[in-house]
Design a protein around this ligand. Sequence first.
Ligand SMILES: *Cc1c(COP(=O)(O)O)cnc(C)c1O
Length: 471
Amino acid sequence: MAKLAETYGTPLYVISEDTFRDRARGFREAFESAFSRVGTEVSVYFAGKSFLTPEVVRWVREEGLNLDTASGGEMACGLRGGMDPARMALHGNNKSAAEITRALDAGVGRIVVDSLPEIELVGRLARTLGVTAPVMLRVTPGVHAETHDFIATAHEDQKFGMSLAPARATDAQAADALADDSSVSTQDVADGSAAAELPSAAMRAVSACVAHPNIDLQGIHCHIGSQIFAAEGFAQAAERVLTFMAEVREKFGVQLPQLDLGGGYGIAYTEADTPRPAQEIADALAQAVQGTCRLLDFPVPHLSFEPGRAIVGPAGITLYTVGTLKAVTVEPGQARRYVSVDGGMSDNPRPVLYGADYSVVVADAKGGLSTGDPVFSRVVGKHCESGDIVVNTTYLPSDLTAGDLLAVPATGAYCWALSSNYNWLPRPTVVAVRTVDGEGQSRVIVRGETEDDLFARMSVEPADSPDVPGS
Ligand SMILES: *Cc1c(COP(=O)(O)O)cnc(C)c1O
C-alpha cells in the first residue's frame, strides 16, 4: 500500500482486479447453479452505475456477465469497452429520445421501460427506425428492502417503475388513462363504481406493449433497494411479480419468458454488516421462484440479476494521507481526535449522502506494529462542510502522525462513480492491482485529474484583459 501511495500519490482508489473477477464469476456461478437445479437459466448483469470504465467492461464480459446501464453515457462506456450490445440493458426513469434511439440503433438487448409515456416513445422511435424494441417493464411490487429489514406495502410512492396495485378512480394518473379507455364510462369514474375494475399501471403498460407492433415485450423487471442482506425481500418481490405474470397470461394469453429481479445485495462496510454468501441468497431465491411457479402453474422463466455493489464494492479501497490532527472535547472528560485526510466527500460522498459508515486501517509500515494506544477518532476530509466525514467513529493509534497512510476498505462501489470536484479537488487516480505469477502488478485505469483538466472546459479570460472600471 505504501508503495502504491508513493508511486501514484494520494488520495488513491485501488481496485483489485482479482477480487472483482472472483466476485463477478462467483455471483454468476452461484445463481446459475441454484437456478439450473430448478430447471432454468440465469443472466447476471453487472450494474455499471456502481463503477464503470472501459477496462471494467472488459472484466465484466470476460467473466461472462452482461452489463446494466442507466444512461447514454454508461451505454457508450459499455460499447467502448467492447461489450456485445445484445448483452446490455438500458435503464432509467427519464430516458431521452436520443438515448433510446442510440440503444435501438446499437442493438441493445433490452430496454427496461419505466412508464406509460415511455412505451409510446420507444414504440414510436422503433417504428421510425423500422425495428422491434426488446422491452422489459419495470414494476414496483410494493416491497422495499433496507439492509436488515424489508417492508411490504400495497402502494408505491417513488419515481421508479409502475405499480402492481390496482389503480383507484381518484388517482389522477388513472383518471387520465380512463380518458382513452372507452370501456369505462365517465359516470362510473365519477361515482367510483369502476374503482375495483381499474387495472394497475403495470397492467395497462402490458396492454400498451402487447398492442404495439414494434414492441417485443420480453418480461418484467423489479429492483427493490440496495445494501440488502436477507433473501426474504427478494423472494417476496419475486412472488408478487410472478403472480402478476400469471395474471398477464390469463388476460392477454401471453406467457412472458423473462423475470429480472434487479440488484441490491449487501456488502460489509463495517463489522456490523453481515452479508450472506451469494450461494445462500441464490438458493433461497431459486426455492421461492420454483415454489411460486408451481402454485401458479407457471413455467419458471429465464431469470436475471443485477448486482453492482456486491461485485465491485469489496474490490476497492481508498488510500489517504493524514494531515491535521486535532483533539476536541466531546463532553467533560471525553475527547475525540479529528484526523483530517487529503480527500473526503469529493471522492466518497456516501457518508454525506446516506450517513454511510466505513472502517479504516493504518496502511503504512506502522500499521499493526504501532505501539500507540487506540484513540477515539473521526476521520474527516478537507472540504468546506462539517458533514465531510470519511469514517465517523473509529479508534486509531495515539502515535498516528501527519504523513501516515490510511486505507478505507469497501470503497469500490458508488465512490469514484459519485465523485465530484467540490472545492476544485481533482478526482484521484484509479489504479488496478492484480497478481500475475505470484507478483503484484499495478496499472492506472483512470488517470487522476490535473489542474489543467479542471480548467480545460472553462472560459478563461487572458490575464491582460481590462478589469471592470472602478473595481
Ligand atoms: C442500482 C441498481 C442496481 C444495482 O444495485 P446494487 O445495490 O449496486 O447491487 C441494479 N438494478 C437497478 C435497476 C438499479 O437501479
